[in-house]
Design a protein around this ligand. Sequence first.
Ligand SMILES: [Zn+2]
Ligand SMILES: [Zn+2]
Length: 293
Amino acid sequence: MQNEVILSQRKTGINWTTTSFMIIFHIGAIASLFFFSWNALLVTVPLWIISGGLGVGMGFHRLLTHRGYKVPKAVEYFLTICGTLALEGGQIDWVVTHRIHHAFTEKQGDPHTPRHGKWWAHMGWILTGTAQQWDTKIMKRYAPDLMKDKFHVLLNRFYWVPLTVLGLTLFALGGWSVLLWAIFFRVVFGLHATWLVNSATHLWGSRRFETTDDSTNLWWVALITFGEGWHNNHHAHPVAARHGIKWYEIDFNWYGITILKWLGLATSIKTISQSDIALAESSNSSRMMKKAA
Ligand SMILES: [Zn+2]
Ligand SMILES: [Zn+2]
């Protein structure tokens, strides 16, 4: 399908449903700063790891979008439910958006390239038009694997249910402080961390691989996204389940996948070959030598 078709099917103008929720969540996140408690922090941190690491990084991105490794269906569904707690839309919509991002990176049709503006790439695209709500035809074109799975189709529609149930439970057990921190603050922090992968790691940082896009590796984005900030490594080899390829490129999502492997739950794990890494490094050093000469 041509990207013109994708674009023509996307409505423009402010998406008031998404925008209203974003405003409410940001107000909640700011309010949380006045309701701090150690109890709330103790609930927030594990939930941040579960939703951002297990859910978005290991689940939505490396497993569902790129199929960088295989797990039993029960584990796939568990990681997907963890991902819905990040409030980044239904998992099929997320996967479709991201597969389109890889198919048209920095070109017309890329849902969030900084070439269309820094604010647009970070948050503007979420607030405008249909954002991540794709129609069935595009979903079937870009995520036929997930559209065949009844669990995924159903959860994609009701993705907000697990977070709502969790929020109500936390409020009943821990009151305002726990609700504001573990739901509102955590969701907003997680959203901006994910959005920084779309904005910052297409703008600033270093490039190991000479890709045709602007993707970069940026350590501080990697730290707040459990490893997703090694985005140039990722664009060069999208299917690889390991994004941080040197020991100092901290990649918690990769460590998580390694633990799943030890448990016998992750198989067929794809990684970037040593020869590809060596090739990129030798061409980088020869480019630097040419520059110096
Ligand atoms: Zn990208
Ligand atoms: Zn990707």
